[in-house]
Write a protein that binds this ligand. Structure first.
Ligand code: ASP
Length: 309
């Protein structure tokens, strides 16, 4: 049987056992398991890696625990501006959206951009027109509202800074979501989705929708989805850096991921993590923060879900 598998993340940051309640921990573990099962079920039926990453990310977007879709963090102006991207490792086609509002499942819109438009990235409120034309579900602002996020914003405004959702207050551990997968045909895909940073302003866009920074997939090398302080991942061209180390430097998946997270990012004080998979079904979940919501299931490994370092 051909190998296949999926790896997901629900954000990296200041996530420690000391700041977690047993109930919250259970809710996160169950949510991660559900997303893995959803993506794995697609792969098991010989579905494509693209369908698997889209369905796993969509599942996480619908769970308010995570900073993507419902549960997205708020901007300084009390809006929800979401970023997402998806990439096909077989064709190197990609789709992305930045700073979009009222889109129920940003990952779906990113995929529609990839498959139904002549562009790679759409930004801002005009992207809604494209969404409507392609029957992508639109939601009211109320749909995205969660009290936790609102309180988080008010506290962030007091400090005058923008924060990674899970780093604002230690008791809050919520994050960007992503998935990478290998299907039975040997094809890779990656997808990432986020509300960005609490209290962001001026149309700030992070690494998540930038192909090569937050997301990258290439059958020759690997599929990668990143999470953490986006500015550093942009400067490190993080996801593509992992791929390039493998393609041009002959590194293994593990060596490339570790070099990026523990060396290149560290050198510029960048914090966060990534998930990666290659066509041998090797996986990696490196991070340099206290924790990262993460998990995987492959055709030869039982499901594993983890939160802390
Ligand atoms: N990387 C995301 C951003 O900077 C945030 C995150 O991963 O939580 O927008």
């Amino acid at each position: 049987m051909k190998k296949f598998g999926i790896v997901i993340h629900g954000g990296a940051g200041t996530i420690t056992k000391a700041t977690m309640t047993p109930e919250k921990e259970k809710a996160y573990m169950e949510a991660l398991e559900k997303a893995i099962e959803t993506g794995y079920a697609v792969l098991e039926k010989n579905g494509s890696s693209l369908d698997a990453v889209e369905s796993a990310v969509l599942c996480l977007e619908n769970i308010p625990l995570f900073n993507a879709g419902k549960g997205a963090v708020l901007t300084h102006d009390k809006k929800y501006e979401m970023d997402a991207s998806i990439m096909n490792g077989k064709t190197l086609e990609a789709g992305a959206i930045a700073g979009v509002r009222n889109i129920k499942n940003p990952v779906k819109l990113a995929r529609a951009v990839m498959e139904k438009s002549e562009f790679v990235m759409l930004a801002g409120t005009d992207a809604q027109e494209f969404a409507k034309a392609n029957n992508i579900e639109i939601e009211s602002d109320e749909y995205f509202y969660t009290k936790e996020r609102y309180d988080q914003l008010l506290k962030a405004i007091e400090t005058g800074r923008s924060f990674l959702d899970h780093t604002v207050f230690e008791e809050k551990k919520l994050g960007t979501v992503g998935a990478v997968a290998l299907d039975m045909n040997g094809d890779l895909a990656a997808a990432t989705s986020t509300g960005g940073m609490t209290n962001k302003r001026y149309g700030r866009v992070g690494d998540t929708p930038l192909i090569g920074s937050g997301t990258y997939a290439n059958n020759k090398t690997c599929a990668v989805s990143c999470t953490g302080s986006g500015e550093y991942f942009i400067r490190a061209v993080a996801a593509y850096d992992v791929s390039a180390q493998i393609e041009y430097g002959g590194k293994s998946l593990r060596e490339a991921c570790e070099a990026l997270i523990h060396k290149r990012l560290k050198d510029i004080n960048g914090d966060g993590g990534l998930i990666a998979i290659n066509t041998n079904c090797e996986i990696d979940m490196s991070f340099n923060s206290e924790g990262m919501y993460r998990g995987y299931r492959t055709s030869d490994k039982e499901m594993e879900v983890k939160i802390y370092g």
